[in-house]
Design a binder for this molecule. Structure first.
Ligand SMILES: NC(=O)c1ccc[n+]([C@@H]2O[C@H](COP(=O)([O-])OP(=O)(O)OC[C@H]3O[C@@H](n4cnc5c(N)ncnc54)[C@H](OP(=O)(O)O)[C@@H]3O)[C@@H](O)[C@H]2O)c1
Length: 251
């Protein structure tokens, strides 16, 4: 499996990344079936297994429950082996998402993520959209705050994880990285993936399996066949699934 460049960031990422949602949260989910949160030992075995498989990109968020803390606790000693991507703007408390895109909330969120992840710099920080993609970008201080945090050296690359094509397009002038939904059933972002590649903005794909509703074999081949995609972030609690995903990505 050959690493791919993440746009102009200088980072090289594995074509399969690990989505760390399920190690931290099991409420308000879109997966086909409910699951128990793994124990600390199970989460640690999974996270070490992820790196041992050659996956060098982990995607998390403050809204993923205890995901950031578990990554920090388990992988602090191996932090040079992987790129961490986290987010700002959404938190999840008592079963409900809260959104705050103010400068103060974003700065506090980045400080908390640095502490949880036990890092001095965050590799990638994306705005975690609530769906009001353009409003967040144009009517709040979210973008300018991330740009300042990047200048301050707290973040290497910044970007946007949105819900609309317009949001992804709107991010291209300022983002280093965008995260978009792209799968066999939803190809609405195909043109913006091509545009991103032209301007060297890295593309991370979420929900490549339609949150577990689509066939993994066909899904991996489809997503990775697009040269504009840097990495397909797959969520899983099952190392055997991750192993077979990696084998499929190498074909
Ligand atoms: N707004 C945002 O920024 C946003 C939104 C959604 C997702 N994301 C990111 O993208 C990641 C992935 O998205 P997602 O978790 O919604 O969906 P996904 O990656 O499309 O699907 C994940 C599901 O697929 C299953 N799976 C994985 N490999 C499999 C295999 N080989 N065979 C059978 N089933 C398999 C997993 O179950 P098992 O545990 O049984 O393997 C899991 O339930 C998330 O973890 C998160 O990091 C970001």
């Amino acid at each position: 499996m050959v690493d791919r460049p993440l746009g102009r960031t200088g980072l090289q990422v594995s074509p399969i990344g690990f989505g760390a949602f399920k190690i931290g949260r099991n409420q308000n989910i879109k997966y086909p079936s409910q699951y128990d949160l793994p124990s600390d030992e199970e989460a640690a075995e999974l996270l070490h297994g992820v790196l041992d498989l050659g996956i060098n990109l982990i995607d998390t968020a403050p809204a993923y429950g205890i995901s950031e803390q578990r990554i920090g606790q388990t992988l602090a000693g191996r932090h040079k082996e992987f790129t961490i991507c986290t987010k700002v703007g959404e938190t999840f408390d008592n079963g409900v998402s809260h959104y705050d895109f103010s400068s103060e909330a974003i700065c506090n969120s980045v400080e908390t993520s640095l502490r949880h992840l036990k890092r001095e710099v965050l590799d990638i920080v994306l705005i975690h959209s609530n769906g009001e993609d353009l409003k967040i970008m144009y009517d709040t201080d979210a973008v300018i705050t991330l740009q300042q945090l990047k200048l301050d050296g707290k973040i290497r690359a910044i970007g946007f994880s949105g819900k609309s094509v317009e949001g992804a397009e709107g991010a291209l002038p300022w983002a280093d990285v965008i995260m978009v939904t792209y799968n066999l059933e939803d190809q609405s972002h195909e043109d913006v993936i091509t545009s991103a590649a032209k301007v060297e903005v890295g593309v991370l794909v979420k929900k490549g399996f339609g949150s577990g509703h689509l066939n993994p074999v066909d899904s991996i081949q489809f997503v990775l066949a697009n040269p504009g995609v840097s990495s397909l972030i797959i969520g899983s609690l099952n190392l055997d699934h991750l192993k077979s995903n990696m084998q499929l990505a190498s074909v």
